[in-house]
Write a protein that binds this ligand. Sequence first.
Ligand code: ADP
Ligand code: MG
Length: 287
Amino acid sequence: LKVFTEDVKLDLKQDFVLGRVLGKGQFGTVRQVTERATGARYACKSIAKRRLCTATDVEDVRREVQIMHHLSGHPNIVQLKDVYEDRGYVHMVEELCTGGELFDSILERGKYSERDAAGVFRSIAAVIAHCHNMGVMHRDIKPENFLLSAGGTGGSSVVKGTDFGLSCFFSEGQSHKEVVGSALYVAPEVLRKRYDKRADVWSLGVLLYILLCGEPPFYAETERAIFQAILTHDLDFSSEPWPSISGAAKDVIRRMLDRNVATRISAADVLQHEWVRVDGSAAEAPL
Ligand code: ADP
Ligand code: MG
């Protein structure tokens, strides 16, 4: 099987020394690698070809690479440096994010202050606004797929979006029906198999809710019950810490977690929302 026919490189180990495992995903492993020529470090996502069982799986890998090239240049998106293909694997050599997943940072901190959450969230919303501008739906927005460029809690770390493995190109007015993504983040219209780019905005809303309180807005023991909650449950803004969180934060969350896609806020307008624009400090009085 050849996944790529165009000019991909063949011998990863000739150019890079393989290092420790950084993470594991659906189709393969992500390792730290060091470029022999420069000593520079990168992340290498290796996808085992034997796991690519269907023509769709192969198409998905091609599309992931194509979309990363298409979106490249944005400061908050992980850069793809090179693609290698050998007998067993496709290797995607990417910019290294040494700070790990936003997911782990949330677990460590419990939750974010409004100011910190707004800073992180602004970058995440910017990634999605860029995707939508470029005709791409991400379809897998969750804290595991946003990485921190550097370690520590210092101000130097930048949030970078990655994992375009479930992403796809769209055209305006086109409706999609494949149910993809992760249960906690999936939009109600995705479950109804009729959705477009606005489904990403719902997932952004789930992510921000989690950033601010440490818990998902729609939770249950089984996947089925989670879907039921997504379709019907009201948002809980009465439990701790919500009474002390600003009205502006709740407003932007409500606008993203709007089940009516016709009135749901767009990613571009999320960036213009007062809470996102001014570091979560806009609202003094909790609503
Ligand atoms: P999958 O599609 O299999 O979920 P991801 O691209 O999300 O693959 O990578 C899986 C995990 O590997 C990430 O959640 C992260 O922990 C780690 N990882 C991926 N890319 C990088 C990177 N550029 N720098 C550092 N760690 C990374
Ligand atoms: Mg992932």
